[in-house]
Design a protein around this ligand. Structure first.
Ligand code: FE2
Ligand code: FE2
Length: 166
């Protein structure tokens, strides 16, 4: 039996659920503030995290466990763009670190499929970290102009009579 793997996979489900909730919360507020590009980035990432939950759930059920749909962390009500990006980058960094450790634990328990699943998630979480880190760099480099540009994007969409991408 792969009790330990099931436990680790469920811990990952909890982390992924937290990410979905947190990123959608950021999406709602960025959309409300008119920052369409960042709003869309958070929504797309939340959808990817949801697909991670699906992969984890499939593996848990294959191992004859059950999926615990409990978010690990409560949503933090941050409304400043910089605070949002900092938290998101930290969440991705933490996930990548944890999944690396858990991949090794699964390997030690002779469960190479769960190990590979965690490794594939590490790759994707590192990509997410990188995208948030790049946005943070842009924000530092260009300051308020960077956010102004995002608002202009929405105005341009209105001029063209198009619905802004979300
Ligand atoms: Fe994820
Ligand atoms: Fe992620």
């Amino acid at each position: 039996m792969h009790e330990k793997s099931i436990e680790l996979l469920n811990k990952a489900v909890g982390d992924e659920l937290s990410a979905v909730h947190q990123y959608m919360y950021f999406h709602f507020h960025l959309d409300d503030q008119g920052y369409d590009l960042l709003a869309s980035l958070f929504k797309r990432t939340a959808i990817t995290e949801m697909m991670h939950i699906e992969k984890l759930a499939e593996r848990i059920l294959f191992l004859k466990g059950d999926v615990e749909m409990n978010a690990t962390d409560k949503v933090q009500k941050l409304h400043e763009v910089e605070d949002m990006l900092k938290l998101a980058a930290k969440m991705e960094e933490d996930s990548a670190r944890e999944y690396n450790v858990w991949a090794n634990e699964c390997a030690a328990n002779a469960d190479s499929v769960s190990k590979q699943l965690f490794e594939s998630l590490v790759t994707e979480e590192e990509t997410h970290f990188d995208q948030y880190d790049t946005e943070l760099d842009n924000l530092k480099k260009f300051g308020p102009n960077y956010l102004a540009l995002q608002s202009i994007e929405r105005s341009k969409g209105r001029d063209a009579g198009a619905t802004p991408a979300k």
